[in-house]
Design a protein around this ligand. Structure first.
Ligand SMILES: Cc1[nH+]cc(COP(=O)(O)O)c(CN[C@@H](CCC(=O)O)C(=O)O)c1O
Length: 402
């Protein structure tokens, strides 16, 4: 016998398996609208021009070495990350009630926050995830040891919009002090975001129930092209309550494989902030010891330089603008085909994804019949569409729904 006899074969990860299947497919018209990763109009990953500049500055700066970073990460990066999400005028920042720790991208930030809450709130605490949510949320909180990971209603299939009543009902029904994971902007997979007024109502219920707000922010600047607008929910909650916000720089900096992220925390006092930071560092030390430098140096170089920051904002507008254009082109193509059903939600939804409304069988048929790779929940990554494949996609969708 070996030590590993009892180890069962794990199923492949849905999203990464989709990418592998797409890459293995030799069909001339294959389309990858699976993984939420930006592609340019030729279907290629896009290294932001401002990132290329920052890379050069870093590589040519021989004052930089490969010494360990502090456990909590590169300070010039984490302080810039907190300022980016909370805003430079944030009372929490200015009163030293906010801290941040560098993490292994957005996933690492969600996991570090989950590990902290498991230790200091207890694994019996109920965790509420939106229904539907990002494919990895449940696994992260389960692996952090939480025993009661449940859903709150979020999406209204009939209207293809927010089910606010359902969400509030579930938040009210949950035990006091539950942990609620909220998507800061560009909800994955639905592309449906609460309006500012709806966020106010959600905050009222969260505070009345003493729930903990755990924001997951993977698309700041990517959703609307406006960094401040995309931070509205987090900044509003920060004026009313303590919170976590997991920050990914994978999409908005195109740094997918550099694994650059931060966990920003808003607390009630500077002393609490320091205590939380010290415990996050202790957890991070036992998980990764200290984080990787290159991606953090790129983001720090850009966020801390006015000219590079301005160029980054332009690069963000290029990405969010192209996504918006694909929304319009897809909508127009379906209108022209007279595809049965209403497709207005393609224009109304925001960020990387459109929740098409296709069911699992239809989503799979898009793959088997037309070599179009999408997740079974009907989600498509708009970044996978280009001016040369959007018609093909529309015709295929038309065929499937007829
Ligand atoms: C809401 C959300 N949170 C966190 C992450 C993780 O990002 P990071 O650890 O910084 O790379 C993603 C990426 N989700 C897209 C990318 C693939 C993945 O599942 O991861 C996706 O849903 O396609 C999210 O969509």
């Amino acid at each position: 016998t070996t030590h590993f006899d009892a180890v069962p074969l794990a199923p492949p990860d849905v999203i990464f398996h989709l990418t592998a299947s797409y890459k293995a497919d030799t069909h001339a018209q294959k389309v990858n609208v699976g993984v939420g990763a930006y592609r340019d109009d030729n279907g290629h990953p896009w290294v932001l021009p401002v990132v290329r500049k920052a890379e050069q500055l870093i590589v040519n700066n021989h004052a930089l070495d490969h010494e360990y970073l502090p456990i909590e990460g590169l300070a010039s990066f984490t302080s810039a990350a907190s300022r980016l999400i909370l805003g430079k005028d944030s009372p929490a920042l200015n009163e030293n009630r906010a801290i941040a720790v560098q993490t292994i991208s957005g996933t690492g930030a969600v996991r570090l926050g989950a590990d902290f809450l498991a230790r200091f709130r207890g694994t019996q605490t109920k965790v509420l995830l939106s229904n539907p949510t990002w494919a990895n949320h449940k696994a992260i909180f389960n692996d952090a040891g939480f025993k009661d990971v449940a859903d709150y209603a979020y999406y209204h299939p009939a209207t293809r919009g927010l089910d606010l009543e359902g969400m509030l009902r579930d938040l009210r029904a949950a035990p006091e002090g539950s942990i609620v994971v909220l998507h800061a902007c560009a909800h994955n997979p639905t592309g449906v975001d609460p309006t500012p007024a709806q966020w106010n109502t959600i905050a009222d219920v969260m505070i009345a129930k003493k729930h903990f707000a755990f924001f997951d922010c993977a698309y700041q600047g990517f959703a609307s092209g406006d960094l401040d607008r995309d931070a509205t929910a987090v900044r509003y909650f920060a004026t009313r309550t303590e919170l976590f916000v997991a920050q990914s720089f994978a999409k908005n900096f195109g740094l997918y494989n550099e694994r650059t992220g931060a966990l920003t925390v808003v607390t009630k006092s500077p002393e609490t902030a320091q205590a939380v930071k010290s415990q996050l560092a202790k957890l991070s030390r036992a998980a990764i010891s200290n984080p990787p430098a290159f991606g953090a140096r790129i983001v720090s170089t850009v966020l801390n330089d006015a000219a590079l920051y301005a160029e980054w904002v332009e690069n963000l507008k290029t990405m969010s603008g192209r996504i918006q254009l694909m929304r319009t082109k897809l909508f127009d193509a379906l209108q022209k085909l007279g595809t049965p059903g209403s497709w207005q939600h393609i224009l109304d939804q925001i960020g990387m994804f459109t929740f098409t409304g296709l069911n699992a069988a239809q989503s799979q048929a898009m793959g088997t019949k037309f070599h179009i790779y999408m997740t079974n929940n009907g989600r498509i990554s708009m970044a996978g569409l280009t001016s040369s494949n959007v018609e093909y996609f529309a015709k295929s969708l038309d065929w499937i729904v007829r």
